[in-house]
Write a protein of this length. Structure first.
Length: 415
């Protein structure tokens, strides 16, 4: 209710549990039950919000004026489905509690989601439903007021490898040199040597230009740095490297800097807290925001660990290789832990675009077209459009000029 009415529509609501209090109220009112009381606005309830634990509810997709919906409510309801149960199903990530086969990194795969299977992953349906509900309420209650929301755009920069060749230490640099030589990647070999000789700038070192770009468009951005020990999936610069630490500190002067939690810390709360503390000591301010390596989220355990580590906000809700709205919304929301039946004190900021979702596309205009479609859908519901780009992709050599594409995205989406 808070997400739909307060956060999306800007309407404050109160709840009546006594019939006489409800009947006495003379203003706009809704009943959410199996049967209406009088002639008030009525939404017929599904059983989901009155259950405890997890049950496998059948999902049959219908249409509400060309918008996909589920949990049909029948003819007597003023809208054709239970908007509250359907929204809760998506926001709570109910389906991620159900049995499913995880991918190689322990993630919930996008093709297991009802939004992917039913073809509405690219729609912020919760927000669209809320705005359509507002239309119906204003038809019934013309004098009803609501606060107008403002569209926002935030760019997230993932820095899990701050440099491609520089500052990597003697052993790792030698191993990389021999690998390039053995596989005859001569262009990479030459680039590596030129960076070592300081003739050429490291390809991933694009931080100054990114900050200048963000300043140019006067737009908010966030840099998430991995600050962890070397491992199979964590290959950033050593946390003891003074130049790496200076880089992080200098960026924190211009942008929000927070933690890209390492792959190794996913199941290790002690390590997660250690990474958070070390980064906070570098930037001399609290670290409250998190992103998880490879967008690994294990509902609800991940969010319990983040709360225990005293993170207040997380920016991992989305799919790496599928653009769209994993939780069905383009607005931040507080995570509800179904097993504990409690709202956890961590705000989830869902992203709609991850650059790696488009790495197999070779045309800039095709990628821009897909991103613009999502942008326009967020814009129509005055939502918060969040994109994730990695410094690796922005600095590497690819068929698409990712840096140029990134500037086009900012130019299009920042206002």
């Amino acid at each position: 209710m808070k997400h739909l009415f307060t956060r999306i529509l800007g309407i404050e609501v109160v709840y009546a549990t006594k019939v006489e209090d409800f009947i006495k109220h003379s203003g706009p009112k809704i009943t959410y039950t199996k049967q209406p009381l009088q002639n008030e606005f009525f939404i017929k309830s599904n059983d989901l919000l009155f259950e405890q634990g997890i049950n496998d509810f059948p999902i049959n997709i219908g249409q509400w004026e060309d918008v996909p919906c589920f949990f049909s409510a029948g003819e007597r309801s003023n809208i054709p489905f239970d908007i509250f149960s359907a929204s809760f199903y998506l926001l709570s990530r109910y389906e991620e509690y159900l049995p499913h086969v995880k991918d190689m990194h322990g993630r919930f795969p996008p093709n297991a989601s009802v939004a992917f299977q039913k073809g509405f992953l690219d729609l912020p349906v919760v927000d669209i439903w809320a705005y359509k509900l507002l239309e119906k309420l204003k038809e019934r209650f013309p004098d009803m007021t609501h606060a107008k929301r403002q569209y926002k755009y935030t760019s997230l920069i993932d820095v899990t490898s701050s440099h491609c060749f520089a500052y990597r230490g003697l052993v790792r640099s030698a191993a990389g040199f021999l690998l390039d030589l053995g596989t005859l990647r001569l262009r990479r070999l030459v680039s590596r040597v030129l960076v070592w000789l300081r003739v050429r700038k490291d390809p991933y070192d694009n931080y100054t230009s990114l900050i200048d770009l963000h300043k140019k468009f006067n737009m908010p951005s966030m840099f998430f740095f991995q600050f962890a020990e070397y491992s199979t999936y964590d290959k950033n610069i050593s946390t003891n490297n003074n130049k790496f630490r200076y880089l992080i500190k200098s960026i924190a002067d211009y942008s929000i800097v927070s933690l890209a939690a390492s792959y190794s810390s996913f199941r290790d709360i002690k390590l997660l807290k250690q990474e958070k503390k070390r980064l906070a000591n570098v930037i001399n301010r609290p670290v409250r925001f998190s992103r998880l390596r490879y967008n690994r989220v294990d509902v609800p355990e991940t969010y319990r660990k983040l709360v225990e580590a005293e993170f207040t906000d997380d920016f991992t809700m989305g799919y790496t290789h599928e653009p769209g709205f994993r939780a069905g919304t383009c607005r931040p929301f507080y995570f509800y832990d179904i097993n504990l039946e409690v709202q956890q004190p961590i705000k989830i900021h869902p992203f709609a675009v991850h650059d790696y979702a488009f790495v197999n596309l070779s045309e800039k205009e095709e990628i821009l077209g897909k991103i613009k479609l999502l942008y326009h859908r967020v814009r129509r519901v005055d939502g918060h459009f969040i994109t994730v780009f990695s410094n690796e992709l922005l600095g590497g050599e690819h068929q698409v000029d990712w840096k140029e594409l990134y500037e086009s995205v900012i130019d299009q989406c920042h206002v």
